[in-house]
Ligand binder design. Structure first.
Ligand code: FAD
Length: 560
């Protein structure tokens, strides 16, 4: 069928110097028409060979070429355009191995990370509120303990598609040349990419790699038929599944594993959580213990020191898993296996570029004085791909914005290198973070184990308190409490070195403390602050019991 669009593409191509037909067609048209309208009579059109037009001029030398359209890339290009730099941005998503899912512009956070995760987590919190509502006098009852997965999935995915669309529109609006294509950097330190079966090479004054990472798969079990990549899902699939994953084996012990296991439980699925060592190993261990204590029970079981020895696929949606739990063999039947065992950086982009890769993490190595600048002067890296920086959305965002300023000023040449670094460097210290476990946990600064290692046990003081949130106090099934911990240097000044909070709205509570830590607060500053009543956070300002004293740290009163 000869559509109007195809007609435009072919006719347009005759008047366009960047001819966009395949070489065979190009020759044919050139010979037959030499600049005049083609004689289409009797011409059998193979529309499959009509080429898409590259949305920018590949001969142009941009101020910056950005590879990766996630948080880091998007933040960079938006700021760079504000500053008047010319930019082109590439984004490409490899489909997930088992289900072939792909997604639009925005990267991990928007599509398969923070955004869907928080919405699924919130669906679990709403369930608890419905249970609680009864004791508050509301005539509501949860008819089904299982969520309507399709409704949640559809609404979350629609929200994500809206964000994808708004990003693409924004790129157009602010003048970013955006192209959906996989790019990499070659030996000549130019950017190469394929577009519609043609390879292009692009020169750039600066190249920014912001390609993030993807979930890791377990190596296949020797001699077994089972292939992890073919059968297992990851967080890249979970939020887009057509139907609930059912009884799920969650493999992994980091925050992503715990968050997924937590909301899957709340949404009505049976969950078995396993890890080869303990859970939340890099977090404060007192609090990790409390998180687990809170999660385990009902339809969630957790086993540390556990490995998979074999998996047999019994049915389309049923797997028999052989486990070794602390040396003892056990079997489990599950409908889905969710791997959350870590993420691998997308470093393939720089393989041939001369950029230094960390041999252990396979991430891009930066410089001491400017972590985002690689050993190749004009190549920079941002976000999860960069060695030694926290894998967090706001980290990628802020470092992208600041990098745009540094590149702009380097181009402009009015400030010295020292001035540029002083004014526009990223400060990676004291970055607050939250684990959206069933009871949320947030912290900033050192955890207890790190503080002991750095200062010695005798040189730190830990203040702590456990409270029952007022909102939960009239809920008959309430077993949830909040816990807070302040770690300070044990001297006259009592400088705060770690703040930890496990309780409702943890992410919201810690934001302000993140700022306070940046300002270098002391215990006295906290004591001098008047909190807001009645909230849980107010108890930070009345911390008197030290861990060392062994005194009771559970608050039983309310208003005195
Ligand atoms: P990404 O956002 O991953 O973007 C990289 C982009 O580059 C992707 O679109 C990728 O497809 C593309 N790309 C890769 N290779 C190429 C190529 N060769 N050519 C073109 N494009 C390419 N952070 C928080 O702060 N709070 C949270 O609550 C939180 N929750 C999370 C939950 C989950 C399940 C996960 C997985 C992550 C979560 N994170 C969270 C982390 C956060 O999502 C990341 O830190 C952040 O998205 C990193 O941004 P980035 O720009 O470095 O990479």
């Amino acid at each position: 069928m000869f559509t109007l669009q195809a007609e435009r593409a072919i006719f347009g191509s005759f008047f366009n110097p960047d001819l966009i037909v395949s070489p065979g067609m190009k020759k044919f048209f050139m010979a037959k028409n030499s600049g005049s309208l083609p004689n289409l009579k009797g011409l059998s059109l193979n529309l499959g060979s009509i080429k898409k037009k590259l949305p920018f001029d590949p001969k142009r030398e941009y101020d910056a070429v950005v590879i990766g359209g996630g948080t880091g890339g998007l933040s960079f290009v938006q700021e760079a355009r504000e500053l008047g730099l010319s930019v082109v941005m590439f984004n490409h998503v490899n489909p997930t191995p088992k289900l072939g899912y792909k997604w639009g512009l925005g990267g991990t956070c928007v599509n398969v990370g923070c955004v869907p995760k928080k919405l699924f987590h919130n669906a679990g919190l709403i369930k608890e509120s419905i249970h609680m509502a009864h004791d508050y006098g509301w005539d509501v009852e949860l008819k089904d303990d299982k969520i309507k997965w399709e409704t949640l999935r559809t609404n979350v995915q629609n929200h994500i598609k809206g964000i994808n669309f708004s990003y693409v529109s924004k790129m157009k609006e602010i003048g970013v040349d955006y192209i959906e294509a996989k790019a990499s950097i070659n030996e000549s330190q130019n950017v190469v990419f394929d577009f519609d079966d043609t390879q292009y090479e692009l020169k750039a004054k600066n190249i920014i790699i912001a390609t993030g990472g993807r979930p890791r798969y377990l190596p296949n079990i020797e001699g077994a038929d089972f292939k992890f990549e073919d059968e297992c899902i990851t967080s890249d699939d979970l939020f887009a599944l057509d139907k609930s994953p059912g009884k799920t084996l969650v493999v992994g012990g980091g925050y992503i594993a715990l968050e997924c296991a937590g909301f899957l439980k709340e949404l009505g699925n049976d969950v078995i959580m396993i890890n080869r060592s303990s859970f939340l190993r890099v977090f404060d261990q007192t609090i990790a213990g409390k998180i687990l204590e809170n999660m385990v029970g009902g339809n969630l079981k957790a086993f540390g020191k556990t490995t998979i020895t074999n998996i047999t696929k019994e049915d389309e949606d049923q797997y028999l898993v052989d486990l070794l739990i602390d040396g003892e063999p056990k079997k489990a039947k599950v409908n889905s296996i969710l791997l959350a065992i870590g993420r691998d950086p997308n470093t393939h982009v720089v393989e041939n570029s001369g950029v230094k890769i960390n041999p252990r993490s396979f991430k891009v190595e930066g410089r001491v004085e400017e972590p985002e600048r690689t050993c190749v002067d004009q190549i920079y890296a941002l976000g999860d791909i960069l060695e030694g920086v926290p894998e967090l959305m706001p980290v990628a965002q802020k470092s992208g914005t600041l990098l745009a300023h540094r590149i702009y000023h380097r181009n402009k040449g009015e400030l010295t290198e020292k001035e540029i670094l002083k004014k526009y460097s990223m400060d990676y210290s004291n970055i607050a973070t939250t684990v959206f476990s069933n009871v949320e946990y947030s912290y900033v600064g050192l955890n207890e184990e790190e503080a002991i290692e750095k200062y010695g046990e005798d040189n730190i003081e830990i203040y702590h308190r456990e409270v029952t949130p007022l909102e939960a106090s009239i809920y008959s099934e309430n077993s949830r409490t909040a816990y807070m911990k302040l770690i300070v240097e044990r001297n006259e000044t009592e400088k705060v070195i770690g703040i930890h909070y496990l309780g409702p709205s943890a992410g919201e509570v810690i934001n302000g403390f993140g700022l306070a830590m940046k300002l270098g607060i002391t215990k006295k500053d906290i004591d001098n602050t008047i909190g807001i009543h009645p909230t849980v956070g107010e108890d930070f300002f009345n911390l008197t019991v030290t861990k060392r004293s062994g005194k009771d740290y559970i608050k039983t009163d309310c208003c005195s």
